[in-house]
Design a protein around this ligand. Structure first.
Ligand SMILES: Cc1ncc(COP(=O)(O)O)c(C=O)c1O
Length: 391
């Protein structure tokens, strides 16, 4: 592994995979030794259209030739961000209309929490157990894993946890609650889907007590689950939608969207209720716009469900106990954590990129680019099955 990578670039993972990347194209990442690695992870669901999609690259290059950063967020009218937020609004149900663009998923979560507190005038926040919303102080405060939180305390106060899919817990949402924040599909927990109209019931309870529902679609958004946004599967429109990751198909980005009425509260008392230098950056907005246009003008989103079915039909093995998730956000639940770990590491040796999930240690992540071909799905699955047979 490159020594300078270990010595000069701060590490927080004790065992980085350490591949030395040369370039990437489509569903492959190429290392500096000339090996092609088939990518079943897509930068942890970020490279929606694969690596260096030509329309995304062209949009970025065109924008770079015109202008890059010109002013802090929201002062100047810049067509990439304006066109993009309008196109998003055109493809979101009412009342989701106004989008605030930021730099990462976790910043979008921070913005959404601030917005919910500001709009309701309440401080209590309810999050789900085993949720992951990011790693800045506010997002970290939402997590219920003490071993990941305790050394960073004091964190945000007034945060309580409910169990995802447990209807009895809904009574914990009261007139003191500013917002309930949930991942539409729980990611780090093992790609857990909401059951029995759970999200609709949460929304109804929120409405009853005057709390806002925030849905974190940072991972499932942008077509990954077979709809543009995963909440469309569950017939539940949030008050605040949080997006990021796959939005720009590989550039750093995040955003939160709400009604005009709710979002407006960030403009007064105090004015500039959220500010950020690079939010709405024209190059990233151009990349986001190209990504969304490709998604809307192709069959990629619908094809995701066909590809899910292909994965599920191929990946049958006694060591795979279950396949969770939806579309191209799939988790193989293995017989033991050791099998999961070995599979990820041995696949690496066979030039197939797999990855772990944050909290479910029996899970192996499969979240390839939406552009992956059926042929490559078959090739990757054959590698997985051969490895499992040899274990
Ligand atoms: C559901 C969810 N929320 C929030 C985040 C944080 O996003 P970012 O890493 O861009 O800060 C992630 C990232 O993995 C995520 O999956």
């Amino acid at each position: 592994m490159n020594k300078d990578f270990l010595q000069y670039q701060a590490q927080t993972s004790p065992y980085p995979l350490g591949m030395e990347v040369s370039h990437a194209k489509g569903s492959y990442i190429y290392d500096t030794n000339g090996n092609a690695h088939l990518d079943f992870v897509a930068g942890v669901s970020a490279c929606t259209l694969g690596h260096c999609h030509p329309e995304v690259v062209e949009a970025i290059k065109n924008q770079v030739d015109k202008y890059m950063h010109v002013m802090v967020y929201g002062e100047y009218s810049q067509s990439p961000a304006t066109t993009y937020t309008k196109l998003l609004a055109d493809n979101l149900p009412a009342p989701l209309e106004v989008t605030y663009l930021v730099n990462s998923g976790t910043e979008a979560i921070e913005g959404a929490l601030k917005l919910a507190r500001r709009y309701t005038g309440r401080s209590e926040i309810i999050a789900a157990k085993s949720a992951y919303h990011g790693n800045t102080m506010g997002s970290l405060s939402l997590m219920d894993f003490e071993e990941r939180k305790s050394v960073f305390r004091p964190l945000l106060p007034d945060i309580y946890h409910i169990e995802f899919n447990n209807e009895k817990d809904l009574e914990k949402i009261t007139t003191k609650t500013a917002c309930v924040i949930l991942e539409t599909i729980q990611g780090g927990a093992g790609f857990i889907l909401p059951k029995n109209d759970y999200l609709k019931k949460v929304k109804a309870r929120c409405k009853e007590v005057g709390a806002l529902l925030i849905l974190d679609e940072i991972q499932p958004g942008f077509g990954r689950t077979g709809k543009l946004f995963a909440f469309e599967h569950f017939d539940c429109v949030p008050d605040i939608l949080v997006i990021g990751k796959g939005m720009a198909s590989g550039l750093p980005v995040g955003a939160f969207t709400a009604s005009k009425e709710i979002m407006h509260t960030l403009s007064e008392n105090p004015k500039m209720g959220h500010i950020t230098t690079f939010g709405g950056n024209p190059v990233i907005a151009a990349s986001s716009l190209a990504t969304l246009n490709v998604l809307l003008n192709s069959n990629l989103i619908a094809d995701t469900l066909r590809k899910e079915a292909l994965f599920k039909s191929l990946l049958k093995h006694p060591k795979i106990k279950e396949i969770r998730g939806k579309g191209l956000m799939l988790a193989l639940i293995m017989d033991t954590p050791e099998t999961a770990n070995e599979l990820v590491l041995q696949a690496k040796e066979k030039n197939l990129i797999l990855f772990w999930l944050l909290f479910e240690n029996r899970a192996v992540r499969i979240s390839p680019p939406l552009t992956i071909s059926e042929k490559l799905i078959k090739e990757g699955c054959a590698i997985i099955l051969a490895l499992l047979n040899s274990m």
